[in-house]
Design a protein around this ligand. Structure first.
Ligand code: GLU
Length: 466
């Protein structure tokens, strides 16, 4: 059975690169009827790096994306005794040794090593140099001094490294804590992970980790190193490119399925299909189709895809996703009436909004009434339109109050058309201030539909309110 894993460190956020790695691992497990495991790599306990809530962030972000795990190791840190046990076994079978080099001695050796281009050789490696008193040693793995290591990577192809270029690996620090490379290997082995799909930034680690595995006589897993995600300028995607975490996208109103779809296409190809359902992704996904060259993150493309997903989502489902955004905006839990009004506006909004945030901005127009605590504000442009023709608005109010105007989309359309003709104005110019009064903005979903949804009384109230 194929077992994959995601092994994130609790940093307090989930970088979209990690999310994509999670996605690939999850999909491959699903595709092969295997298992997707999650392991929290919380070994760095320095107070500025570690905070317990960061673990929940990993769980929440993965769940939001729909990437539930089949098995969980919730703390690598707690498994330290097991890691040390393996280091002791390696000492026993002669693959590892205690190294007593001091910082100064290491410095001297490194200066030497730089001249020859070879890594340092510890004088304690062959056991001839006696252990000095009062120095706490590290445990190092004996890396082979000759030969070539070959990694048959399912994404990158064959990668070769000359063994005599790698320094003897520290397995246990002088304070008795296991190092990252040791912990990862032991945990992957104990969890039965046989496919390791992770970022290409781990390739160097893989060559070190393979030596630990060999020294323990364990089976080598299959490796696939996924290229990094690049920003639009071709450098590694980072904060300066804007939104880089799943939380950024969640809070900006992206649908998890849209991000899922976008990340999948970013680094994996399946014909020309733009929209790929989760079911099809599971059916089609094969690690061998992961692209070898790094992909550039295209924000505009993601946003366009998100708009498409919004349009294709059922109104009621969309309403549920929209409610938290709306509630944050109006600062109160929506009443049933507000939810009903909002739902009526969804067909018009979803044709226009690219994100749930944009939708919430538009959604205000459907739910606000005389009892609302939320007061809309007008931007400068809207204010200008309003000020331009207050008299017209007064006339329109009077028409609404005295004439028998059919309160339907067509009825309102006919009224404004005739009004424009009688005043010899363009219909757009008459409608513009009404749009601002009703929708609080110069850009809105279809105005007459909105006026029908909110009703005549509320429409009049807004027109009088300006
Ligand atoms: N904990 C490592 C990281 O967050 C990943 C380790 C691995 O995938 O082997 O980068």
């Amino acid at each position: 059975m194929i077992k994959t894993r995601l092994a994130p460190s609790p940093t307090g956020f989930m970088h979209i690169g990690t999310a994509r790695t999670a996605l690939f691992n999850w999909l491959y497990a699903k595709h092969t009827d295997g298992k997707f495991c999650l392991r929290i790599e919380d070994t760095d306990r320095s107070p500025d790096r570690y905070f317990p809530e960061a673990v929940d962030i990993i769980y929440n972000e993965l769940k939001w994306l729909g990437l539930e795990w089949d098995e969980l190791v919730s703390s690598q840190y707690e498994r330290s005794p097991r890691h040390i046990e393996v280091a002791n076994e390696l000492l026993k079978n002669g693959s590892a040794y205690y190294c007593y080099l001091t910082t100064e001695e290491l410095e001297t050796l490194r200066t030497e090593a730089r001249k020859t281009g070879k890594p340092i050789q510890s004088p304690y490696r062959d056991g001839t140099k006696p252990a000095p008193e009062g120095i706490k040693p590290v445990i190092r793995l004996k890396m082979p001094n000759e030969g070539t290591s070959i990694l048959n990577d399912i994404v990158q192809g064959e990668i070769k490294v000359e063994n005599d270029t790698i320094e003897d690996l520290i397995l246990v620090r002088s304070d008795g804590t296991p190092t990252y490379n040791l912990s990862v290997v032991v945990d992957d082995h104990d969890m039965g992970i046989n496919h390791i799909i992770r970022g290409a930034d781990h390739i160097n680690n893989t060559f070190k980790q393979m030596q630990i595995i060999k020294a323990m006589g364990w089976d080598l897993p299959t490796y696939g190193h996924v290229p990094l995600i690049l920003g639009p300028d071709g450098s590694k995607m980072s904060k300066r490119h804007g939104a880089t975490t799943t939380e950024d996208y969640r809070k900006s109103g992206y649908l998890p399925k849209a991000l899922f779809n976008y990340l999948l296409k970013l680094g994996w190809s399946h014909g020309d299909d733009e929209i790929i359902s989760i079911e099809d992704a599971i059916k089609w996904f094969d690690v061998h189709d992961i692209l070898k060259s790094p992909a550039k993150f295209d924000h505009t493309k993601l946003t366009a895809l998100n708009a498409l997903y919004i349009r294709n989502t059922d109104d009621k489902e969309l309403l549920e996703m929209l409610i938290p955004f709306m509630e944050e905006k109006v600062n109160h839990p929506l009443t049933e009436r507000e939810k009903t009004l909002l739902l009526s506006g969804i067909p018009d909004m979803k044709e226009r909004a690219k994100t749930l945030v944009e939708m919430a901005n538009m959604g205000i127009i459907y739910i606000i009434d005389k009892d609302s605590h939320f007061a809309p504000t007008f931007d400068d442009k809207s204010q200008k339109v309003l000020n331009s023709d207050k008299n017209k608005i007064t006339e329109i109010i009077s028409d609404f109050e005295t004439k028998n105007i059919e309160w339907t989309r067509d009825g309102l359309n006919d009224y404004f058309k005739q009004k424009a003709e009688s005043l010899e104005m363009k219909m757009g110019d008459i409608v513009a201030p009404v749009r601002v009064a009703i929708t609080f903005s110069t850009i809105s979903p279809p105005l007459f539909e909105a006026m029908v949804i909110i009703g005549k009384e509320e429409s009049l109230r807004r027109l009088k309110n300006i």
